[in-house]
Write a protein that binds this ligand. Sequence first.
Ligand code: C2E
Ligand code: MG
Ligand code: MG
Length: 704
Amino acid sequence: MPTASASVLIVDDEAQVRKLLEVLLQHQGYRTLTASSGEEALAVVGQQPPDLILLDIMMPGMDGFQVASTLKTDKATADIPIIMLSALGERSARISGLEAGAEEYLSKPVESTELWLRVRNLLRLKASADYLKSHNLVLEQQLQQRTLDLERFRSAMDASSDAVFLINRSTMSLIEFNLSACTVLGYAPDELLHVDLADFGDSSIGQLEVLYDLIIAGDGPTEPIETRLRCKNGSYVPVEIHRHAYKTGDEWIIVGVVRDITNSKESELRLLKMARYDTLTGLPNRNLFYTSLQMGLTQAAQSGGQLAVVTVNLDDFKHVNETWGHLIGDQMLVELSQRLSDCLNVDDTLGRMDGDEFALIVMIRDGQTDSVQMVARIREALRTSCHLEDHDMLMTASMGIALYPDDGEEAHVLIQRANTAMNRAKQVGRDTFRFYTSQMNIEAMARLEIEAALHEAVQTQAFQLFYQPKISLIDGRVCGLEALLRWHRSGYPAVSPAVFIPILENMGLMTQVGKWVIDSVCNQIAHWQRSGMAPLQVAVNVSGLQMLEGDLIADVQQAITNSGIEPYWLEVELTESSLMENTPHTIASLQKLRAIGVKISIDDFGTGYSSLAYLRRFPIDKLKIDIAFIREVTSNPQDAAIARTIIELARTLSLQVIAEGVETHEQLAFLIANGCDQVQGYLFSRPLPLDEIEVLLREARYFI
Ligand code: C2E
Ligand code: MG
Ligand code: MG
């Protein structure tokens, strides 16, 4: 660093000294300036700041200390090194000089070599300090510039609606991101920095590493990748990611620019929806219906299930359009499609095939009755008139049903056959339905007819109770009765309860009819007791549904209270199979019945596969051996063995046992020999209407 061209200000009141120092310094190549007083020195420094000052202490006016402290307290001059000169060799003067801010101290007379060394060293120090200072200044400027650049970069990044991520390839960590990144993914900035890359989406770290290396090698994807990213709340946002790599130092940085494409996805979906759904009614259109049907058929094929395709064509809809205009026609279609939707079960599908043509996929659980019930529901739903623009309009429909797999196994075949059936319904006068297979029409019509008749029978209480006596094998006399339901359908032969009871159950009417049976029997018992007849236990048959869907307990309790009878005169017969349906619920119900005090009997025993463990937990009084084992009890050793076992079982469990369907003396003899308690059957009496059973009871005869 050249110090020789430096300038030195010599301040001394003595001209001789000034001259000497000038000569000495100039000899070394320094430029010199002089001042003869403190005041002059300050003036020179003000005009021409030197690189160093040689400052005499003892001067008239302003002395060296004052000059030094003035210069050192001024920021502009504080860095100029000062060497104090004085004849005073005292320590105190040195310290005062240093205190005033001087860097060095020289005694007069000045020794030339020492002067040079001191001057040179101080100037070097100053030069390096100056250098550092200017270098710092440059650094500071550079830093400011960078900060400014970075801020511009950041605000540019933050202004972008795309999310930007910078990822360090070697650490596979996120090192920088913009505000949109936080917004899109729902993280606060300090949270986002700590999220693992694998948590953002469907790719593992390993997969990302492979992808990044491809990008670094220049073999990455050229088009943006469409994928999805996981947000903080666990939801996914569909995105398009464009990635590229750049190197900084030894590190590769992957820049990911991520665009949220939710909106474009939504509009895509809307388009898709428009292509698959009917715009007027919002129902699946023909295409989607067809696809759903194909899916339904695949499912049904796998599970061995059945389904029905029902096509619904409004009758004479053209007339509505022509008379009232298309606007009203459209409103009507919307209203009717809503009513049709309301008829569906959860797993059924409704679609609009064409103008006034709808189609349904009905999942079948209970044979053809499901589809018959569906068309019945639809007819019922259409029966209410549409009120549009102050007009009441009635609409009917013709429907056709094709069944999988009976009528076809492919979607288009089934639709076509349902349409054929629907056209037949139109031909026979509309407002009706037809199956594709004619045998089904007959069965379905019969079923519909019987349902309608039963419906009416329930309304008009057209049921009756017959009573069949139970005979005690101890004394051969009537010990009880069983009430059996009868339905006399005018103009028809008697229908067996074994036929109509399941239909009533299916129609949801059994609990209502069952309640009527219980009420009637209790009232009958009360009536007989009031009229002075010997009290008798009367059994009612109870359907499993009365226990599962209805409120059997409340019905029984109410009937007993209303009739005023003692509860033990009422016996409840429950079939073994109905008991096995929902055993925990059944046990609870039986316990409540038992608590009321009624007798409980298991009907059709031996057919329901109850385990002994259950039997012990059911609070029951009696087992009734099923008619199936009695029929051939004298000829079939297996049936005989079963009957014997049931009697034995009842005895072990301290239950009573009765045999039903006893028609011959041989059967009776077998039962007596094996210790059965009671019998019931045509051998003694058929089920009889009220007046006849009363005659029989009054006779009080011995049957054995
Ligand atoms: P169940 O309770 O086992 O009734 C016995 C059935 O066998 C009755 O038929 C009865 O008439 C018949 N039967 C009686 N003795 C003989 C005989 O010696 N030989 C033959 N072959 N049959 C005999 P029914 O009255 O047709 O009743 C059939 C079933 O319907 C009953 O079987 C019962 O499960 C059900 N049922 C009848 N009435 C009601 C009722 O009010 N409620 C409920 N839930 N079910 C009822
Ligand atoms: Mg019975
Ligand atoms: Mg029975």
